[in-house]
Design a protein around this ligand. Structure first.
Ligand SMILES: [Zn+2]
Ligand SMILES: [Zn+2]
Length: 230
């Protein structure tokens, strides 16, 4: 092999290597929260911090589930150094939000979920569905609660941040369902569970419908009840 063909070989390798295929990070389920706002209410909604889904998951795995970074990286289907990078970025963003009085939106990123999660753009219902069900093109997906056809896979929505939140009021959405008392309710079948302090209703799935519960009589719940009547 002469010099020029070695050079060519190197160039070819470089070309075939880039762009490196970007692997998706694996999440068991979408985050239960859509974001946080400073208590003072005085913040610039246009300049909030965007915490990507995988960054949220990194903090959850490492600091909430108390996994080692190696275990956490395996859960997220990334290498250990990649996990460290995602985790560092996540913590820096949260620190910036705390210190600089910024809101945090949990949105965007490059992720896929262990099961198929869908979100209704009209009423905000988040639900999961078995793989294969409703996969054919002719069978249009509809929201199980309000029957809207504006339904998208949560996985497809992660690149378009805040999309579903923007269709409803922002601050109002964050402030709904406050307080320790009350029930979590299924927006489809009205199954109820007593709300447990510190556990978001959205973290509980309706045992019958596979739909995330929400706080009874919250703004979000009222919107859904109105849509359901139609
Ligand atoms: Zn809906
Ligand atoms: Zn239900």
């Amino acid at each position: 092999m002469n010099n020029s063909s070695i050079y060519l070989q190197l160039v070819t390798n470089a070309v075939s290597m880039s762009p490196r295929p970007k692997r998706k990070r694996r999440l068991i389920e979408p985050p239960t929260v859509t974001g946080f706002v400073p208590e003072s209410g005085e913040f610039d909604p246009e300049n909030g911090i965007v915490l990507h889904f995988e960054e949220y998951e990194a903090i959850k795995l490492a600091d909430y589930d108390n996994l080692t970074q190696l275990e956490a990286s395996e859960r997220l289907h990334v290498s250990r150094p990649t996990f460290t990078r995602i985790y560092d970025s996540a913590r820096k963003k949260v620190a910036r939000a705390f210190v600089e009085n910024k809101s945090i939106s949990v949105a965007g990123g490059r992720v896929e979920f262990d099961t198929n999660w869908f979100s209704c753009l009209d009423c905000g219902t988040v639900y999961k569905e078995e793989a294969g069900k409703g996969d054919s093109e002719s069978e249009k997906k509809t929201c199980p609660v309000c029957k809207s056809e504006e339904v998208i896979a949560v996985e497809d929505n992660v690149g378009k941040r805040g999309m579903h939140r923007n269709r409803r009021g922002q601050a109002q959405h964050f402030r709904e369902g406050m307080g320790m008392e009350g029930n979590c309710i299924c927006p489809k079948c009205d199954y109820k569970a007593v709300h447990e302090a510190g556990v978001p209703c959205a973290g509980i799935l309706c045992p019958k419908c596979d739909i995330r519960l929400l706080r009874e009589n919250s703004e979000h719940h009222k919107i859904i009840l109105k849509k359901r009547k139609k």
